[in-house]
Ligand binder design. Sequence first.
Ligand code: PHE
Length: 485
Amino acid sequence: MEKNEISPNEYKVLNFIKNRSDVPEEDIDVDTDRRIVSSSISYLEFKNLINVNKVTEESVSITEEGKKYIENGFPEEKLYNFLAKHEKCSMKEVVDYMGSDYKIAIANTAKLGIKPANGEMALHGEKLDDIFRNKRMELSGISNGKIPDKVTLDEFLHRGLAAKRKYTKRIININESGKEALESYGKDDYFEMLTPSLIASGKWRDAKFRPYDLNSRVEPLNGAGLHPLTYLIEKVRKIFLEMGFTEMHGHFIEYTGWNMDMLFIPQDHPARDLQDTYYVESKNPVEFENPEILDKVKRVHEHGYGKYSGWNYKWSEDEAKKLILRTHTTVNTIRYLYNHRDKPQYIFSIEKVFRHESVDWKHLSELYQIEGAVYGSDVNLSTLKWLLTEFYSRLGFKNIRLIPSYYPYTEPSMDVAVDINGKEVELGGSGIFRPEVTKPMELKEPVLAFGLGLERLAMLYYNFNDIREIYNSDLDWLKNYKIKF
Ligand SMILES: N[C@@H](Cc1ccccc1)C(=O)O
């Protein structure tokens, strides 16, 4: 086939766009399915008969949660209306009335100046009906393409009521060669294929068929390759294996107890709040797998250990049995060490964690952590510093900074930081486990532990300025970044 000879489907596309300009792919309305239109465009581009412009656009849509709010009102609105009907309400009445939404409702009414005081809530003449009505209108306006102002939109995004999506659009224009191809199309009345009616009528004898060109080039086929993140995971895994570490594996769904309490994170810690942690509903109460630890953990939370006084509150076993999506992989470390506490350990894992964070240039809400720990008599802060420095330098980064930090389960604690474009970015945390962690777990030797962000490392490794780039689903981008194996 000659280079500018076209197939019937390509003809349809060309014919559609011939008198139009800047036609978005999805506007091409010819009677074939979208997939064929899409591949015809690729062929036409390959044959240089059209000019294709790729533009990336962002769309905002309302989430299921957002639709619920539009229909039933915002939780804070529901609470406000409830308060408006009563002089004052006890917190128990508020919680009973609001059900599982009570935290969201209270957090948001507080932003509007209505806060619990002395275990009660009441209005003090606030009139917020208009505010709520407007907000609902702004949210529902999104479905008609009306984007609210930045502050409101950010709030909707942060609360998961609206979501942003990026997509790439192809904008198409016919060019001179395309017009010529269209002109000459169909001049010779070729048949495209042999049909039963051609055979039955005997017309096939004199018919001219469109010849196959066995030498025509087809679209290049892109073989499989490694995703940049997979490549980096393999590289990190190799480094730890070479240093003699053993890989451990954990679970997406965890007991709050293992994820938090065993790590001496108090039950009223802000990180447990619904804003940061995804709780998992479970219909039946779940059995805790290691009931023998609970008492010891309770004691250490309430009264501390040795010269440390603990958190001084009433620890609840039910809270520890709740299920969540794990917020860090330090939960893998603590469980593994408890079950392997009889001898020294060098362990690591590279697994996903989940946090209710709004996504921006350096935050994801689903991310990988590189977790590691060493349990042994000669473990100390110098070992930890050496390990972190060695790990990053094996990846080619010699300029990390170790800065003092705080975690409820380590003392001392250190964060790993680097500068990206003049801005400090934290790569992860680390430290030596506190005795309040090691004692109830019957860990006889010191433990060093670290948890490092994989995607942030990928930003450095591949030189991205925005962490979301790594999960880009643009095929051209991926082909470009694909790593052959
Ligand atoms: N778990 C911490 C990191 C960390 C791991 C181990 C010790 C100290 C800190 C985090 O998620 O950020």
